[in-house]
Design a binder for this molecule. Structure first.
Ligand code: HEM
Length: 182
């Protein structure tokens, strides 16, 4: 997983819980990288899960909640860092629809070697969108947070429901059903 995800996670942890707690979490996670990340480096995604696990223990919030909240935060950071992806895109559904065949394609050019999930989207009617996430990494919670961040970015009201597409239930294959509420 690209270092940019890790550096953003560290920043979120620092600003929300303070540098002392960040230090504690880093020590407790016993990371192969030592917790030193550069945006363009590549690190094992299990390091992110280890950090989340330790943060969860330290602050008493469930790991899934922390990953979702991180996704929401990360989307806001993407909006600031990559304004061009948002030019001419006026709704959350339109943006989400482009993630697989445009946004992540460009991400791969910016970060060669990025390991991206695959998404399939469908709009059964005007109000609904189905968005299927598949990955070798169990990061459906991150996807959910990014989707929620996208909805908030466009100031919309969208209900996000999810159902597993794989028997493992571990978050590697999930269907999101998004329903416009207004
Ligand atoms: C609603 C919009 C988006 C969703 C749902 C989404 C979803 C995800 C997920 C779930 C991952 C983790 C990898 C995995 O699960 O296998 C990921 C990775 C990533 N995404 Fe997105 N993404 C979105 C938008 C964006 C945007 C706007 C950018 C930046 C312009 C971006 C850049 C990246 C990068 C750099 C990675 C890391 C790749 C790696 O670790 O090798 N994504 N995305």
């Amino acid at each position: 997983m690209k270092g940019v995800v890790f550096t953003e996670f560290m920043e979120m942890m620092d600003s929300r819980f303070g540098p002392e707690l960040t230090e504690r979490v880093l020590e407790a996670a016993h990371l192969p990288s030592g917790g030193i990340y550069t945006a363009v480096g590549t690190y094992d995604h299990t390091e992110l899960l280890a950090l989340v696990e330790q943060l969860s223990l330290a602050v008493g919030l469930p790991a899934t909640t922390l990953v979702r909240e991180f996704g929401h935060y990360l989307f806001g950071r993407f909006v600031k860092s990559y304004p061009r992806f948002f030019q001419g895109v006026h709704s959350a559904f339109d943006f989400i629809e482009q993630v697989d065949n445009h946004v992540h394609v460009e991400v791969l050019k910016l970060y060669p070697g990025a390991e991206l999930p695959s998404f399939r989207s469908e709009r059964p009617d005007d109000r609904r969108m189905l968005f299927d996430y598949r990955s070798s990494r169990p990061l459906a919670d991150l996807a959910e947070g990014l989707i929620a961040g996208c909805v908030d970015h466009y100031g919309e009201r969208v209900r996000i429901e999810r159902m597993p597409l794989a028997a493992d239930g571990g978050g590697t294959a999930v269907r999101f059903q998004l329903t416009r509420m207004d």
